[in-house]
Design a protein. Structure first.
Length: 471
């Protein structure tokens, strides 16, 4: 009996040793005969990385964790508690092939982000071969969805100061009087800049030194990008000390949603301080040359300012087109919309006497047509043919009037923002006629990049970016 008990114990021990040997062999023998043992040092090399470079709010985002030389069956995951604004959607475990041709484990995780900003997710907990490891997520930047994000204008001065980047507080800027301040206008979160204009600030000289048309054209894309596109370089020379404002710069840009958005220079508290004097400046001052020089610059600035005011900017023309669109679609506020449009035109020296045809008149006529036709059908059903005939004739007459009015009201019109009219829709046309901004014209035809318009009782082709359509 004792021998049997001893034999049973030996048998159990042998079975346990065999099971342990099989377990060790399973963890030490891989596909090529040598099983890889996953260590903590291996775990520290891993990172849960995003599939894309840019993420947006309310759009599914995928992260990937790849564990080489480990079978998917050897990996289990445990999700941490994610912060507010991060929604876990789903996860998947599968295989992937390394560059060496061996099989590894891949964990795919999908999230939806509700908030913008820099997102640092808590580590992902994984169990490999029965051991627990914490794998970090790569920090990502989440942007507003392109369907809702708005274009942004930024000013970068030559000293490196950026105006318009931080919207939480009003930036301050200190400049010296009679000294040039150079800066570049950048456009961000937009497909392109359609129109660009500015006004000369008071008691200063302001001029554009470069337009980045070629660079901006190369950067245009319907694919979302966070890159800042340069638009133009400027030089600003203020003359009077004290508090001031940035030059009034305005731009119309196309957002990724397709909307046209009006932008203006960011708000900034500017202080103009006296210029630092040097020896050469003192010498000019003693000879009286400096005062004459300053007077000459002031006169030149005043002349340039007067000249600038005579020119209707593309922004003003686009604003007139917008006001005319509101007037055209108005119903109970027609007089108010028309007065606002006339006041805006008078303010920039445009004398357009034509009022916009009102869509509400067409709707009223069509409604009257429907009522008359319905009445005619009712009288006809009541076998009152005479009354039905009279109302039917009135309905036909009203339909004829509606057709005439519709032909006038539904014609497309626009406001010229500048540029040239060409006899053919080609850039290489030999003869072109320059046109001033603000003129209201009739649009007869449209092809790729061009409108055929009636201007001063004659026709011609104008590029689409030079015409603001009245909607």
């Amino acid at each position: 009996m004792e021998k049997r008990s001893t034999r049973a114990k030996k048998f159990i021990r042998a079975g346990l040793l065999a099971a342990l040997a099989l377990f060790c062999a399973d963890n030490l023998i891989s596909q090529d005969g040598q099983r890889y043992w996953f260590s903590r040092a291996d775990a520290e090399k891993l990172l849960v990385v995003p599939k894309d470079d840019i993420f947006f709010t309310n759009k599914e985002a995928q992260f990937i964790l790849q564990i080489p030389q480990i079978l998917p069956s050897d990996v289990q995951t445990e999700l941490p508690a994610f912060p507010d604004g991060v929604i876990f959607n789903s996860s998947k475990r599968g295989e992937y092939f390394t560059e060496q041709g061996t099989i590894g484990a891949e964990i795919d995780i999908w999230f939806t982000f509700r908030k913008t900003g820099t997102i640092a997710l808590p580590p992902l907990i994984i169990y490999v071969q029965g051991r627990r490891f914490a794998i970090n997520f790569k920090t990502v930047e989440v942007y507003e969805n392109p369907r809702t994000i708005l274009p942004k204008m930024t000013l970068v001065f030559e000293n490196g100061q950026v105006i318009g980047e931080d919207t939480t507080k009003i930036p301050t800027l200190t400049l010296e009087a009679n000294k040039k301040a150079r800066f570049t206008i950048y456009l961000q979160y937009a497909i392109q800049a359609q129109q660009f204009a500015w006004n000369i600030p008071k008691d200063s000289l302001f001029m554009e030194t470069r337009r980045y048309e070629a660079e901006a054209a190369n950067e245009r894309s319907t694919e979302f990008s966070t890159k800042k596109i340069p638009v133009a370089d400027f030089e600003w020379t203020p003359f009077m000390t004290g508090p001031a404002s940035l030059p009034e710069i305005r731009m119309m840009a196309t957002a990724y949603s397709g909307r046209s958005i009006y932008l203006s220079a960011p708000e900034c508290a500017v202080t103009i301080v006296p210029a630092k004097k040097d020896v050469s400046a003192n010498a000019r001052s003693e000879s009286g040359g400096d005062s004459v020089y300053a007077y000459a610059w002031t006169e030149d600035a005043a002349d340039k300012k007067t000249e600038e005011r005579k020119i209707v900017s593309p922004f003003d023309c686009a604003e007139i087109a917008r006001l005319r669109s509101l007037e055209r679609r108005a119903f109970l506020t027609v007089s108010k919309r028309r007065a606002a449009r006339l006041a805006a035109e008078r303010a920039i020296g445009i004398q357009n006497t034509e009022n916009e045809p009102l869509l509400c008149i067409l709707f009223i006529l069509l409604g009257a047509d429907g009522i008359l036709l319905a009445a005619a059908m009712i009288f006809l059903a009541l076998k009152k043919r005479f009354e039905a005939a009279l109302i039917g004739i009135a309905a036909i007459g009203m339909i004829f009037i509606s057709a005439i009015d519709a032909n006038v009201i539904l014609k497309r019109r626009g406001v010229i923002v500048g540029g040239e009219i060409s006899p053919v829709p080609e850039e290489s046309a030999m003869t072109k006629t320059a046109v001033s901004g603000g003129s209201r014209v009739l649009i007869k035809e449209e092809i790729q990049g061009w409108y055929y318009i009636v201007y001063n009782e004659s026709g011609g082709w104008i590029k689409k970016e030079n015409l603001a359509v009245i909607k």
